[in-house]
Design a protein. Structure first.
Lengths: 453, 195
C-alpha cells in the first residue's frame, strides 16, 4: 500500500493508466462526452464532405477540359505552325504539311514526350440504313471518319457515352458522336436508337477518263457500336485505323496518279497521318513540347493555359471550402477546451488525490490530453464516416440529375488521404485544445486541490 | 413515268460455277472454320452504276442496295463513271483498279447505253476487259446484259466465251436510274454476288 510522500514506492501513471482513467471519466459523464464528440464529428463531417465534393468536381472539370484524354495531351495537325501558337491553346494551323512516319519518329524522340499516337482521317459519303426520327430516310452526306488505334483510346481524348468502342482491329465497327445523332433528330439519351444500325461508308477519288476525270468510290459497311465524345480529330465518326487507313490510302495513294494522272498533288492529299496525339511527361512540360514540335514544323494545340486557369480557380474554391470546415473544427475544439476546463474544475479533488499519492504534473497533464485526444479521435472517425456518406448521397443526387440530362455520371471517389487527414487532424486539434486545461490541472497544488469543495 | 420492272434472271447456271472442293477424309477439318476472305466487289459501268451523284441517288443506287445485302466485311469499289462505254471501262476503270492495288473477288460489268463502236469492237473490248479482271484474280464476273437486245446478246456471247456470268435484265426501259428500277436491278444482282 503506497503512502503519501513515498514517491519511490508509487508506480508511475503509465499510458495504460491514463487511457483507463480517460475512458472511465468519459463514461462517467456520457452526455457531455457524446455532445463533445458530436460537435467534433459534425465539424469533421462538414470538412470531409466539402473536400470530397470539391476534389471530385475538380477531377471532373479537368477531365472535361481534357475531353477524356490526359491533361498533358497535345494535338498535332498536319499543318505548318503559326508563330503565335505556343502562347495560345487553340490551334492556329498554317499551310497543309505532310505528316509522315519520319516526322512521327522525330517527334517521338523529343525530350519530355511520353507517347505519340497517330490519327488518320478519311472523308466519306455516309449512307445510313436507319431512318431519321419519324421514319424519313436520311439522305447520304459527307463527313470525316477518324481512325485511331483503339488500344490507345485511354490515352486519347475519347469518352464513351453509350454502347462500347469498336473492337481493336475491327474493319466493320464504328462509333459516332452526338452531332451524328442530331442528324437523325436524336439526343444523347436516345443513342440506343442508332446503336446496332449499319452504315455504308464511301470514299471518293478521281480517275482519268479520256481527257477529263470522274469520281469513283470505294464502299464499305460498318455497324455503329457506340456513341462517344471525341476530340482526337475533326469528324463525326471514329473507327479503328484498320478501317480508316485503306479508305485514306484510296483517296491519297499516288499509284493512281501514275496510272491516270489524277489526284494526290497537294500536301493535304498526300499526308499519311491527319494528326497526332502527343502526351507530354507532365502538364508542366506541355509548353516546352509544343515549342519543340513547332520547331519540327507542325501546328499544335493544347488546353494548357485554360487548364492552368481553371486549376487556379478550383484551388481558390477548395481553400474557401477548407476554411469553412476548419472554422467548424476550431469551434468544436473550443468546445473541447471548454468541456475540459469544466472537467478540471469538477475534478479538483480527484486531481488532489492523484497528486497526493504521487502522480506528477506530467501524469495529470497526460491524463487530460488523452481524454481530449480520445474525444477528437472518436469525433474524427465518426465525422469522416458521416462526411463521406453525405458526399456519396450528394453525388448520387447530382448523378441522377446528370443522367436524366443525358450526361455521364461522375463517380465519387473515396478520398483515403482526406479521410485519414481529417481523423488525424481532429485528434491533434482536440489535443491542442486540451493543452491549456490540462496545464491548468497539472499546475494545481495537491493541498489546494484536496481542499476544494 | 416509272416503268414496272420485270427482271428476269436466267443466269447461265454453271457457266462459271465450280463445285466446292471435297474434304479429304484423311485430313480432319480444323476445330474452327477459318474466317472467309472478305468479298471485294468491283463495279464497272456507266450512269446506272454510279454512286457518287446526288445524295438521294447515292443512297438508293443498286450497288448500295446490293452491298447492304452482302456480309458486313464486303467492300465495293465502284469505278463506274458517267457516260462510260466498254472502252472507257477498259482504258480507265480497270486501270484504276490496277493502280490502286484492288484485287476484286467478284465484279459486275454493265455497259451498253453509250456504245459507239462496232459490235465486233465492243465484243473484243468486253472480252479484253474480262481477261484483265481475271488477271486481277477476280473469280466471278457478272456481265449485266441489257436492256436492249443487242447489249443482251453481246453480254451472253462474251460470257459464253470467257466463263463469265451473263445476267440479262429486261423491262428497265429508259428509266434505269429511277428508284424502282434500281431496286429491281439490286434484286437480280444480289443473289448472284452473295456467297
Amino acid at each position: 500500500m503506497p503512502t503519501v510522500g513515498a514517491r519511490d514506492e508509487v508506480p508511475p501513471v503509465t499510458w495504460r493508466h491514463a487511457v483507463g482513467l480517460a475512458a472511465r471519466e468519459l463514461r462517467r459523464r456520457p452526455t457531455r462526452s457524446v455532445l463533445t464528440v458530436l460537435a467534433v464529428a459534425l465539424a469533421a463531417a462538414l470538412l470531409t464532405a466539402l473536400l470530397t465534393i470539391a476534389r471530385t468536381a475538380e477531377t471532373k472539370v479537368l477531365d472535361e477540359l481534357a475531353k477524356g484524354g490526359p491533361l498533358s495531351g497535345i494535338k498535332v495537325a498536319a499543318a505548318r505552325p503559326d508563330a503565335s501558337q505556343a502562347t495560345r491553346d487553340d490551334a492556329r494551323p498554317g499551310a497543309a504539311a505532310v505528316l509522315d512516319q519520319a516526322a512521327v519518329d522525330q517527334i517521338r524522340t523529343l525530350p519530355s514526350v511520353r507517347q505519340v499516337v497517330p490519327v488518320t482521317a478519311a472523308r466519306a459519303t455516309v449512307v445510313a440504313d436507319a431512318p431519321k426520327r419519324g421514319g424519313t430516310p436520311l439522305d447520304a452526306f459527307v463527313d470525316t471518319v477518324v481512325g485511331v488505334d483503339i488500344t490507345q483510346v485511354p490515352t486519347l481524348p475519347v469518352t464513351v457515352l453509350n454502347g462500347r468502342l469498336p473492337a481493336p482491329g475491327a474493319t466493320d465497327e464504328v462509333v459516332v458522336n452526338e452531332s451524328f445523332l442530331e442528324r437523325f433528330g436524336y439526343g444523347r439519351t436516345e443513342a440506343a436508337q442508332l446503336v446496332g444500325t449499319t452504315l455504308s461508308l464511301g470514299t471518293t477519288r478521281p480517275i482519268r477518263v479520256g481527257d477529263g476525270s470522274a469520281d469513283v468510290t470505294r464502299w464499305g459497311r460498318a455497324r455503329i457500336v457506340g456513341v462517344v465524345a471525341q476530340e482526337a480529330g475533326e469528324g463525326q465518326l471514329l473507327a479503328p485505323r484498320e478501317l480508316v487507313d485503306p479508305a485514306h490510302r484510296w483517296t491519297t495513294a499516288p499509284g493512281a496518279d501514275r496510272a491516270t494522272g489524277t489526284a494526290g498533288g497537294s500536301a493535304a492529299a498526300r499526308t499519311p497521318y491527319s494528326g497526332l496525339f502527343v502526351v507530354a511527361d507532365g502538364i508542366e512540360d506541355v509548353g516546352k513540347v509544343r515549342a519543340e514540335i513547332s520547331a519540327v514544323g507542325y501546328s499544335t494545340s493544347a488546353p494548357e493555359n485554360l487548364i492552368a486557369s481553371v486549376d487556379r480557380y478550383l484551388t481558390v474554391v477548395e481553400i474557401v471550402l477548407t476554411s469553412v470546415g476548419l472554422i467548424a473544427l476550431a469551434v468544436a475544439a473550443l468546445g473541447i477546451a471548454n468541456a475540459t476546463l469544466a472537467a478540471v474544475r469538477e475534478r479538483r479533488r480527484e486531481i488532489g488525490v492523484l497528486k497526493a499519492i504521487g502522480a506528477t504534473d506530467r501524469d495529470v497533464r497526460r491524463m487530460f490530453l488523452v481524454e481530449c485526444g480520445a474525444l477528437g479521435l472518436a469525433g474524427g472517425v465518426l465525422g469522416a464516416a458521416i462526411g463521406l456518406a453525405t458526399a456519396m448521397a450528394v453525388g448520387s443526387v447530382v448523378n441522377r440529375y446528370l443522367v436524366e440530362q443525358g450526361f455521364e455520371a461522375v463517380p465519387v471517389a473515396v478520398p483515403v488521404g482526406i479521410l485519414a487527414g481529417i481523423v488525424v487532424g481532429a485528434t491533434v486539434l482536440a489535443v491542442i485544445a486540451g493543452v491549456l486545461p490540462a496545464a491548468k490541472a497539472a499546475r494545481l497544488p495537491a493541498h489546494e486541490a484536496m481542499g476544494s469543495p | 413515268m416509272v416503268l414496272a420492272v420485270a427482271v428476269v434472271v436466267p443466269v447461265a447456271a454453271g457457266a462459271c460455277s465450280t463445285p466446292p472442293p471435297q474434304a479429304s477424309n484423311a485430313v480432319p477439318p480444323p476445330a474452327t472454320a477459318a474466317p472467309e476472305a472478305p468479298i471485294v466487289w468491283a463495279a464497272l459501268g456507266g450512269d446506272e452504276t454510279v454512286t457518287t451523284g446526288p445524295a438521294e441517288e447515292a443512297a438508293t443506287a443498286w450497288p448500295q442496295r446490293v452491298l447492304s445485302r452482302l456480309p458486313a466485311t464486303a467492300q465495293l469499289v465502284n469505278v463506274a463513271t458517267p457516260d462510260a462505254s466498254i472502252r472507257t471501262g477498259l482504258t480507265s476503270q480497270v486501270p484504276a483498279l490496277e493502280a490502286n492495288g484492288v484485287r476484286p473477288t467478284v465484279a459486275t460489268v454493265w455497259f451498253g447505253r453509250d456504245e459507239r463502236g462496232s459490235t465486233s469492237q465492243q465484243r473484243a473490248d468486253l472480252t479484253a476487259l474480262v481477261e484483265r479482271l481475271r488477271a486481277l484474280g477476280t473469280t466471278r464476273i457478272v456481265l449485266v446484259a441489257g436492256p436492249g437486245p443487242s447489249a443482251t446478246a453481246l453480254a451472253q456471247d462474251v460470257a459464253a466465251a470467257t466463263g463469265a456470268v451473263a445476267l440479262p435484265v429486261a423491262g428497265i426501259g429508259r428509266d434505269a436510274m429511277g428508284p424502282v428500277a434500281q431496286a429491281g436491278i439490286a434484286e437480280a444482282v444480289a443473289p448472284v454476288l452473295a456467297p
